[in-house]
Ligand binder design. Structure first.
Ligand code: KDO
Length: 331
């Protein structure tokens, strides 16, 4: 009896093995590195929407808090085959291709819908092609990071941010690349380059006076615990791109490529809607935490920042007419 059962069991197991989907070893591994936390809406969207949608032929493997690759080094890691995906920024791309600084310029993108219209417009094609041909990275879709505001340790009775002049002498942490540092200066502040994962401690110890990020990030990273005010400058309606190794993309069948592209678009849209809702809800939450949250003189900030970009090397790198095309896609 035991012998017969064993034969029967072996036959059943063999049948089961044949029916199993392709072994994990056959699946494409998609290592994704981001400085963002696991609870950031972009991370959640990729884990909950993108990962399951491509699971038949790919294993999505997220690495949060810059635990695998340092912030700003992801694109090089993809280009060298040490990473397959990242949540890239126009500012990081501008380090390789200065013309990308147009998408990192203060007060250009107007809102989330404008970002999508620009990314899907033909004006974007040469930008995408350059990144594919020269870096081996495919920009799949645009993600909404949100409206960046000035978030300070000082309370409003100490520093009341009405115009850029009020930020004179303020030591404002900005991400490390040139385009970010320039934006910090254009706001009127003294920018300090620093990795995202170091910002909380820097605010806590006072080694910087403030930082700039969208409200969902201020809450997710708990910056509100170590700051006293937010001036709603909306100086950059910020975005990221879901970046994928072009070699990985090329290794997929046409059907797998279509599935992966749809999964990226669906994840970006899911994250966008949640981030927009959070931006609505979090002003009240932050005020309940004791922060002053107020609107400065937006006209003063917009005109000053835009003036700072005129005649710069950034503006000189922008392809002829693209800024007008971007503006025409806005409302
Ligand atoms: C930041 O370092 O402030 C920044 O917001 C820059 C973005 O481009 C992006 O890298 C973001 O950090 C991370 O995704 C963490 O939210």
């Amino acid at each position: 009896m035991t012998h017969k059962m064993t034969r029967h069991m072996l036959a059943a197991m063999a049948a089961l093995t044949l029916a199993l989907p392709a072994a994990a070893a056959d699946k494409v591994k998609l290592r994704m590195s981001t400085p963002a936390s696991e609870t950031d809406q972009r991370s959640v969207a990729l884990a909950e929407v993108f990962g399951p949608a491509v699971a038949e032929f790919a294993t999505y493997e997220p690495h949060y808090n810059a635990s695998l690759i340092a912030q700003g080094s992801e694109l090089e890691a993809i280009a060298s085959g040490d990473l397959e995906m990242s949540i890239a920024s126009a500012q990081e791309l501008a380090q390789f291709f200065p013309e990308f600084s147009i998408f990192a310029t203060g007060y250009v993108h107007q809102d989330a819908a404008h970002q999508v219209a620009v990314f899907n417009d033909a004006l974007m094609d040469p930008f995408k092609k350059t990144v594919e041909d020269e870096l081996g990275v495919k920009l799949l879709t645009v993600m909404y990071l949100g409206r960046r505001h000035v978030n300070l340790r000082q309370c409003r009775d100490e520093v009341d941010v009405q115009t850029p002049a009020d930020l004179a002498g303020v030591n404002l942490r900005m991400p490390g690349t040139d385009a970010w540092q320039f934006l910090g200066k254009a706001l009127g502040a003294n920018p300090t380059p620093m990795a995202f994962t170091e910002v909380y401690t820097a605010l806590q110890t006072g080694s910087v006076d403030g930082q700039d990020n969208p409200l969902p990030t201020v809450v997710d990273a708990k910056f509100y615990e170590v700051t006293c005010q937010i001036a709603l400058t909306s100086h950059l309606v910020d975005l990221n791109y879901i970046a994928l190794s072009k070699a990985t993309w090329d290794s997929l069948s046409a059907e797998q490529q279509a599935t992966l592209q749809q999964a990226a678009d669906d994840a970006a849209e899911s994250g966008r809607q949640k981030q927009l809702q959070k931006e609505e809800d979090l002003v009240a939450f932050l005020k309940e935490q004791g922060l002053a949250v107020y609107e400065p003189d937006l006209a003063a900030f917009r005109s000053h920042v835009q003036e700072q970009y005129k005649g710069t090397e950034f503006a000189a790198s922008w392809p002829e007419g693209v800024l007008d095309q971007i503006n025409a896609l806005g409302n």
